[in-house]
Design a protein around this ligand. Structure first.
Ligand SMILES: Cc1ncc(COP(=O)(O)O)c(C=O)c1O
Length: 399
């Protein structure tokens, strides 16, 4: 599998366990991006010459492929700059229909990109943010969700899979309950869709946001899925070229979906890359991708748990991340030592500070596995952790 990812050819010893931050990119995706720059290079939607028409067709084919991948209609698939951009757009769109005293359900498990837009809406509109109480391990459960859902709930904005603990939210059940009180549900899928088949119709979500760079695709491109009926009822929050029909000195009418939400020149090369990304993931198979990441993660977890110096914060089998520390060692010191061994993992609060406060931790170390890792990566990672423990003992950092 590693031969499909050119970065390994120049970094043969790399043990890459930071895919939750950004995945590696396969050659097929890089080639598709280059195809745009080498063979098209022009803008889309505007020109009537052949190159522009062909490039526009390729962009729309990509949209169709993505729509099929998540079981949406193409007009419900909006190209954005990434999950953060998508999540901000949802908050800005809904801000206009929220009133003082309305409640929006969020959680302490959220990535800052999912949570901070709502903090801003709260400041401006005086709405109430209601937090789903997490279980002591840090999970969102349906029971706890029910305890905060009420007739005042107007929107629900939750993560599908936590970027720190990997815990999975029961989105389908939560959406069902939220719809019973008439609330709109927006899900942050940035850490779910790289590992599992997401069917937006089956989940019945109103909005679903994700980034391509975490799923073997290009940087700078995200998707905002929105239900047609809801998107049609909302106004755009970004303005500029190509999203409007008619403009006068004091008025504007907008294009139909999805174009009214896509402003200016969209990331064309990345959209070429996204089409190849979907083909690539389909070819490998989402079932295999999900299973393999989990399998490698569990192999590593089993070995880590044998080490008494290690503290693991997410023992249960839900996704391919391990959140851990060496007892008494700051995670930044741990990842610096692991980097010396060519093991790439991430330290810190992972843009989820409220969760770390909830867990009573200043930082965690996150090893995130993906299907291109292998058993050799697992054993090099474990050896590097053992070596780091021995080193910290030698220098009396820990006992
Ligand atoms: C759960 C979650 N949501 C949102 C984001 C934001 O994604 P992006 O940085 O691609 O906008 C991330 C990125 O780490 C994430 O893990």
């Amino acid at each position: 599998m590693k031969e499909l990812f050119p970065v390994y050819s120049k970094n043969k010893d790399l043990v890459y366990l930071d895919s939750a931050a950004s995945s590696l990119k396969p050659k097929a995706v890089i080639d598709a991006i280059n195809d745009y720059y080498l063979n098209y290079s022009v803008n889309i939607e505007r020109g009537v010459y052949k190159l522009a028409l062909d490039a526009t067709k390729r962009v729309e084919e990509s949209r169709e492929n993505i729509a099929k991948f998540i079981n949406a209609n193409p007009e419900e698939v909006i190209f954005t700059r990434g999950a953060s951009n998508s999540l901000n757009m949802v908050a800005l769109m809904l801000k206009r229909i929220l009133h003082e005293g309305d409640e929006v359900i969020v959680s302490e498990l959220e990535h800052h990109s999912s949570f901070l837009p709502w903090l801003d809406v709260k400041r401006e509109k005086n709405i109430k943010l209601v937090f789903v109480p997490l279980t002591k391990e840090g999970k969102i459960t349906v029971e706890n969700f029910k305890s905060v859902l009420s007739s005042k709930t107007k929107a629900v904005c939750l993560t599908h899979v936590s970027n720190v603990l990997g815990y999975k939210t029961d989105v389908k059940e939560i959406v069902k309950l939220a719809h019973e009180v008439g609330a709109i549900v927006s899900i942050d899928g940035a850490q779910a869709i790289p590992h599992e088949r997401v069917d937006v119709k089956e989940l019945d979500v109103d909005f679903y946001s994700f980034s391509f760079h975490k799923m073997c695709g290009p940087t700078g491109l995200g998707i905002l899925y929105g239900k047609k009926k809801i998107l049609n009822s909302l106004d755009p929050v970004e303005f500029g070229g190509e999203m409007n029909d008619e403009v006068s000195k004091d008025s504007v009418t907008y294009k139909a979906l999805p174009y009214k939400f896509e402003t200016g020149t969209i990331p064309i090369a990345e959209i070429f890359g996204a089409n190849a990304t979907i083909d690539f993931l389909n070819e490998i198979g989402m079932d295999y991708i999900g299973k393999r990441g989990l399998e490698l993660r569990n192999m590593a977890l089993k070995e880590l748990l044998k080490l008494k110096e290690i503290e693991v914060y997410n023992g249960s089998e839900e996704s391919s991340v391990i959140a851990f520390n060496i007892k008494g060692v700051h995670s930044h010191d741990l990842v610096t030592a692991l980097a010396e061994e060519n093991v790439a993992v991430r330290a810190g609060h992972h843009c989820a500070e409220p969760l770390h406060r909830f867990l009573g931790l200043s930082a965690t170390t996150r090893a995130s596995f993906y299907f291109y890792n292998d058993e050799c990566d697992v054993s090099k990672f474990i050896d590097a952790v053992k070596k780091t423990i021995s080193f910290f003992k030698e220098v009396h950092y820990i006992d």
